[in-house]
Unconditional design. Structure first.
Length: 141
C-alpha cells in the first residue's frame, strides 16, 4: 500500500527532503523561541521546549507499535498509524494560528513578497560582493 518494490529511490529522496525540512524547522523553532521569551527566562524555556518536544519522540514509537499491533478501526496496522500521525500533525498546526511574529511592524501582501523574491538574484548578489572584496583587497596591498 505505501512502499512497493521498485520505490526505494523515492524512499531515499523523500527521507533526504524530510531531513532538510526538519533541519529548517528546528532552526525556526529556536529563533521563534528566542524572540518570544525574555532574556532572563530563555535557558529555562529552551530546556522546557526540548523536554516537551522530546516526549513524543520517545512515546510515539511505543504507542504507534501498540496501535499497529492491537487496534482495529476502519483501518488496521501501519496504514492506521500513518493516518493517525497525519491527522495529529494537521491538528498540531491549529495553535500556530495564534502565534504572532513579534518583529512584524506592517503586514505585507503576498504579491509584494512574491515580486520581491522574483527580483532577487542570489548569484548576482554574490558576484557583486566578491567584486567588492577583491577591489578592497587590491586597494589594501
Amino acid at each position: 500500500f505505501f512502499i512497493q518494490p521498485g520505490m526505494e529511490g523515492w524512499l531515499f529522496a523523500i527521507s533526504a527532503w524530510a531531513g532538510i525540512v526538519w533541519a529548517l524547522v528546528d532552526v525556526t523553532h529556536l529563533n521563534l523561541l528566542m524572540d518570544l521569551t525574555k532574556p532572563e527566562s530563555r535557558p529555562m524555556m529552551v530546556a522546557e521546549f526540548n523536554t516537551l518536544s522530546s516526549l513524543p519522540n520517545a512515546l510515539g514509537p511505543i504507542v504507534g507499535g501498540l496501535l499497529a499491533d492491537k487496534a482495529s478501526f476502519i483501518m488496521t496496522g501501519i496504514p492506521l498509524v500513518f493516518l493517525l500521525s497525519g491527522l495529529l500533525r494537521l491538528a498540531s498546526l491549529l495553535p500556530l494560528l495564534h502565534v504572532r511574529e513579534p518583529r512584524v511592524q506592517t503586514r505585507a501582501h503576498m504579491t509584494d513578497v512574491f515580486q520581491e523574491v522574483q527580483a532577487w538574484h542570489p548569484t548576482r548578489e554574490i558576484t557583486h560582493e566578491l567584486k567588492v572584496v577583491f577591489k578592497n583587497a587590491k586597494r589594501n596591498r
